[in-house]
Design a protein around this ligand. Sequence first.
Ligand SMILES: NC(=O)c1ccc[n+]([C@@H]2O[C@H](COP(=O)([O-])OP(=O)(O)OC[C@H]3O[C@@H](n4cnc5c(N)ncnc54)[C@H](O)[C@@H]3O)[C@@H](O)[C@H]2O)c1
Ligand SMILES: O=c1ccn([C@@H]2O[C@H](COP(=O)(O)OP(=O)(O)O[C@H]3O[C@H](CO)[C@@H](O)[C@H](O)[C@H]3O)[C@@H](O)[C@H]2O)c(=O)[nH]1
Length: 338
Amino acid sequence: MARILLTGGAGYIGSHTFVALRDAGHQVMILDNFSNSDPDVVGRLGRLVGEDVTVIEGSVLDADLLAQVFSAEAYDGVVHFAARKAVGESVANPLDYAQTNIGGLTALMQAMKAAGVWRLVFSSTATVYGEPKVFPLTEDMPLSHTSPYAFTKVTCEHILAQAAQADPWQIGVLRYFNPVGAHPSALIGEDPRGIPDNLMPYIAKVAMGELARLTVHGNDYDTPDGTCWRDYIHVMDLARAHVLSMEALLDGRAHVVNIGTGTPVSVLEMHSAYQDVVGRDLPHVIGPRRPGDVPRLYADPARAREVLGFEADFGLSDMCQSSWDWVQAQSAGWRFNR
Ligand SMILES: NC(=O)c1ccc[n+]([C@@H]2O[C@H](COP(=O)([O-])OP(=O)(O)OC[C@H]3O[C@@H](n4cnc5c(N)ncnc54)[C@H](O)[C@@H]3O)[C@@H](O)[C@H]2O)c1
Ligand SMILES: O=c1ccn([C@@H]2O[C@H](COP(=O)(O)OP(=O)(O)O[C@H]3O[C@H](CO)[C@@H](O)[C@H](O)[C@H]3O)[C@@H](O)[C@H]2O)c(=O)[nH]1
């Protein structure tokens, strides 16, 4: 049993990881400023783990708060989710993204260093591979960036590598591919504000009748059906990867790994799989390409298997089913009464 702090633990991936770490027998605390999450998630996490959950409300940019947090409790490690993640918004507000994502990491690491807490799991992304030409993507490929958001994650990875040269850090970098789906209880899931940018939440809103139709962003890419390939990973699998990552660090095994399934899925294949789960046609039209999209992005998952023993359990229909259960539960409003 380890004592673990999750920054951004009230968010989409953090909340699922909280449950997975608790289920694995660890003691877990959350630090979150709720800038992109609903405080109601705290009650729902309490239901899932069967006892009250307390969240330290505040920012990873607050050095005084971080010093208090690390002096109040002897943590064995930290999983750092807290960040801003909207690519388009990062183009409009690059300074905010640098401040939260890079400044948040350095503030956290300074506080951890002062407290002698050296184990850190970091949320990275497939977007650090830039516009790759060779597939599947392996971890030794060069890093680059096509947005301020990606720049912050590439920079964070460099900072982590440099810090590990200077001090006895044990760091796990997880490069997530496309996380989707929700907890089978439908108590926690992804709750995008406004019109979703991402494919599965968008299809879910079409299925709910909240949006009229999916626009497929381009069908003239160099893929079999002309629509972009991505490597979608169930958030339950992703959450489990964090447990394995932290346990590897407790065992002295630092790592940088892709977390994906290794199976590319096109936009039209995703649309079709969601239709199968819902049991009816979901309207879609073909639109122009979305600026900045890369045609293909999928992982070589071999290193995660070798280093962490991680392999995805869930397939595309499980991902769609859990998303569909989640959005229906949200809409029915019975999530608080279960
Ligand atoms: N969801 C994805 O598609 C995806 C893909 C690759 C990487 N990531 C990375 O994974 C991490 C988690 O992503 P997510 O999808 O769960 O995002 P999310 O927005 O749902 O969760 C992030 C959480 O961090 C909190 N937060 C933000 N700024 C904070 C601050 N200054 N101090 C304290 N808390 C703060 C938010 O309130 C939120 O609860 C992020 O670092 C993101 O960049 C996400
Ligand atoms: O309404 C929509 C939304 C998306 N797409 C397409 O669906 C695919 C997937 O798009 P999306 O779900 O937005 O994911 P990505 O653009 O791959 O980006 C996500 O996945 C990356 C990691 O792979 C993260 O870095 C990003 O933050 C995260 O938004 C792309 O081809 C999009 O053009 C559509 O055709 N119509």
